[in-house]
Design a protein around this ligand. Structure first.
Ligand code: ARG
Length: 288
């Protein structure tokens, strides 16, 4: 056999991954209805308190996402939204949950500080016994993304690097630090999405050169997003192993996901984008 036949070319690799059976597994999510959603302060480049948001539309878009999860067979729990916490809709930031253990969130900005205890209380009241109130700033699944038995951890804008060691000690799985460098992509979940236990997609320019190297090393076949898809928050996506829910405007990523055998589902959360959030931001995964 000629040597070239044994070397997997990028094309052959893509074809192999397209033929991988994509199986959805039922998930449990925590979400928070955007009853008090608004943009009254600015803590990321997307937020402009001068631009009015449409609360009715925000609620309708969020409700459609919740119903979509349920129609796909997933369980959605809800936490009561608190007045005066307009960003509480972004449940992903409320904690990180793995093996039934809950690492609480400690927010960088005073505007969101009260969300940390609010979310941790929900866990305390819903049967979770292993709760950890964090010493260091971390914004939950905004910056902690579980990939199989590893956690990718962002820092640079929100989560303190020292929190990565705290998370590793608490969960007992490897925590891999990645540095974010573009303020538009201030949380890891705006620059990278987990697709399966060993696959991700990401926008390389959102990461420092060293972190790009780490990602190439860990995920040589990852789907790479271009700036157009990243700018419409296409990476703020949620995969159940088969269906990938992502902002509808991310057309390039939808095509690439389809080529890999995933079933992309475009979702409209345009109103929440005024606060710098979309699909993944609204969704906290409860991993028992
Ligand atoms: N306005 C919120 C903030 O700046 C948006 C959070 C989005 N959540 C996320 N998981 N990326 O904190």
């Amino acid at each position: 056999m000629p040597a070239t036949d044994t070397i997997p070319t990028p094309l052959a690799k893509a074809a192999a991954s397209a033929h991988r059976a994509r199986v959805a597994t039922p998930r449990r999510f925590l979400m928070c209805e955007p009853l008090h959603f608004d943009v009254t302060y600015s803590i990321n480049p997307w937020m402009d308190p001068g631009k009015p948001v449409d609360p009715g539309l925000a609620l309708a878009q969020w409700t459609a996402l919740r119903d979509l999860y349920r129609s796909l067979g997933h369980t959605v729990e809800v936490i009561e939204p608190a007045p005066g916490l307009p960003d509480m809709v972004f449940a992903a930031n409320g904690a990180t949950v793995l093996d039934g253990k809950v690492l609480g969130a400690r927010f960088r900005h005073v505007e969101r500080t009260a969300e940390g205890p609010a979310y941790l209380n929900w866990f305390a009241g819903n049967g979770y016994r292993e709760l950890h109130w964090p010493e260091h700033i971390n914004e939950g699944e905004g910056d902690y993304l579980v990939v199989g038995r590893r956690i990718l951890a962002g820092s640079g804008f929100r989560t303190d690097r020292r929190s990565h060691a705290e998370a590793q000690e608490f969960f007992g799985v490897p925590v891999i630090g990645l540095t974010l460098v573009d303020p538009r992509f201030y949380h890891l979940d705006t620059a990278l999405a987990v697709l399966s236990d060993d696959e991700v997609m990401y926008y390389p320019a959102a990461f420092s050169p060293g972190s790009r190297g780490v990602l190439r090393e860990l995920f040589p076949d990852a789907i790479l997003a271009d700036e157009e898809d990243a700018a419409v928050f296409g990476l703020n996506a949620l995969s159940d192993g088969r269906h990938v829910l992502l902002p509808a405007a991310a057309t390039g990523l939808r095509r690439k996901l389809g080529e890999r055998g995933f079933e992309p589902i475009g979702v409209d959360l345009t109103e929440l984008l005024y606060a710098g959030g979309s699909v993944k931001c609204c969704t906290l995964e409860l991993r028992s």
